[in-house]
Design a protein around this ligand. Structure first.
Ligand SMILES: Cc1ncc(COP(=O)(O)O)c(C=O)c1O
Length: 450
């Protein structure tokens, strides 16, 4: 059974059948839609996939955080098939359909926001963020949005403007949307030298307060948005005391706090949503965006907020032809049912503990590991040339990722400087698969870092 198997590479990579398709890709698809992996998938199950040449890979990227439930979960496949047989499209703006409404009810119950909530659906993470911004502006009657260094919110014009990293995400594609202001994110590993954590939190909060003096007055700010764990930014986790401070600043100035849970949602961080940690600390967000793992790979995303915020836009001001597609909604309902039933949030914590135990050993062994960090199963290792200078070791990381792929383990980098390896393995992965994956990674570390 593929889902329980282990990596097995039987050809040079890419194998001949994969190579033929990859060559055709180069002719048919623009290079800007990048892909470094040396294989073409034939079928996937759980955390594993087989390529066209019969090689078996373990996937620790999961379609970039989309496969928390694993490849082609049989119950999700059944739910999608059953929906296809009934109808696979009718617009929610034209005919009512129960799947959209039931999924909204589910998310209203699950999202860690105070008060009575409402939810709308769109198709992608970027659209979720766009709509969160539109709704926040409409509700507050203010224009400006504060985003952060290291942030990633998407590739549409507005969300590209909100995204931090210039290359490859926005270079040469401006001018960007106005009203977006970028403040410094609390990247604790790279905080100013000599500061302890408590001092650094104060420093970053003060930066935010000072921001209103120099860049945009608080009176003009509709929302502050950040990811509970920065995804593309390198899996940077803002300390909870910082989040509490931001919440206080939002309360003080009547600013909405938006949690972009596109990558952190659906059990990845050890909770159904990472902002549950915020709510437990008394710092619940006002708006939450979600996407990626919501429907196991079918395109659908969400915006949830208190009812009075969501009801600010008038009829026709939000929505779209495909938004909240019935097949994707039916799949999402099944994904959520399985996540709750199989306690995948707890499983994320167990995966995190298992991996972190090994990462701690590696930190002792390799000088070039600068930091290991994680929340549940959203983990990263940051590589540096040496611990004193913290100079990014980008080339070494590239070699490690290429080496693991050669041995059947698909991994991916992240971080503005591209120096962290991120772990987004499906949460249905077995302990045996985790251990084998870690062995493959350790061999690559042995070869490429000291
Ligand atoms: C936090 C976050 N927001 C938004 C997006 C954009 O999502 P999409 O690629 O579905 O538009 C991403 C994608 O990686 C993300 O990680």
């Amino acid at each position: 059974m593929l889902g329980k198997s282990l990596p097995k590479i039987i050809t040079a990579l890419p194998g001949p059948k994969s190579k033929e398709v990859i060559d055709r890709r180069k002719t048919a698809i623009p290079g800007g839609v990048g892909c470094p992996s040396p294989c073409v998938i034939k079928r996937g199950e759980g955390a594993m996939f087989e390529d066209l040449d019969g090689n078996i890979f373990m996937d620790w990227v999961g379609g970039i955080g989309v496969l928390n439930i694993g490849y082609s979960h049989p119950e999700v496949v059944e739910a999608a098939k059953a929906q296809c047989e009934k109808y696979f499209h009718t617009s929610i703006n034209v005919v009512h359909y129960p799947e959209y409404i039931e999924l909204a009810e589910q998310l209203n119950e699950l999202m860690p926001i105070e008060g009575q909530k409402k939810t709308m659906f769109i198709n992608s993470g970027a659209e979720a963020v766009e709509n969160a911004v539109k709704i926040a502006r409409k509700y507050t009657k203010k224009t400006d949005i504060i985003v952060f260094t290291g942030a990633f919110h998407g590739r549409t014009l507005l969300t590209m403007s909100m995204t931090a990293k210039q290359k490859p995400y926005k270079f040469g594609m401006g001018p960007f949307a106005p009203g977006i202001h970028r403040c410094e994110f609390p990247y604790m590993y790279r905080r100013p030298e000599g500061m302890n954590e408590a001092e650094a939190i104060k420093y970053y909060l003060q930066k935010l307060e000072d921001f209103f003096l120099e860049y945009t007055p608080a009176e003009d700010v509709a929302a502050i948005i950040f990811e509970p764990v920065q995804g593309e930014g390198g899996f940077i986790i803002p300390p909870i005391e910082y989040v509490k401070g931001v919440r206080e600043i939002c309360n003080k100035y009547g600013i909405l706090l938006i949690a972009d849970e596109v990558q952190t949602g659906y059990c990845r961080t050890g909770k159904m949503f990472a902002s549950e940690y915020w709510k437990e600390a008394g710092a619940a967000p006002d708006i939450i965006t979600s996407a990626k793992s919501i429907a196991g790979g079918l395109p659908i995303s969400s915006v949830t907020a208190r009812a009075e915020i969501m009801d600010a836009p008038g009829v026709g001001e939000i929505g779209g032809t495909y938004c909240g597609n019935p097949v994707a909604a039916a799949a999402a309902l099944k994904v959520i049912e399985i996540m709750k039933r199989d306690k995948l949030a707890d499983r994320a914590n167990a995966i995190g503990e298992r991996c972190m135990a090994r990462f701690h050993q590696w930190k002792e062994k390799y000088e070039m590991i600068g930091e290991i960090r994680g929340l549940g199963a959203m983990m990263a290792i940051e590589f540096v040339k040496d611990r004193a200078s913290k100079t990014p070791a980008k080339e070494a990381l590239g070699n490690i990722i290429a080496e693991t792929a050669k041995n059947g383990l698909i991994t991916m980098s992240s971080g503005v400087k591209g120096t962290s390896i991120r772990f987004l393995m499906p949460l249905v992965i077995t302990d045996e698969q985790i251990d084998v994956g870690l062995d493959i990674l350790e061999k690559a570390l042995d070869k490429h870092i000291k």
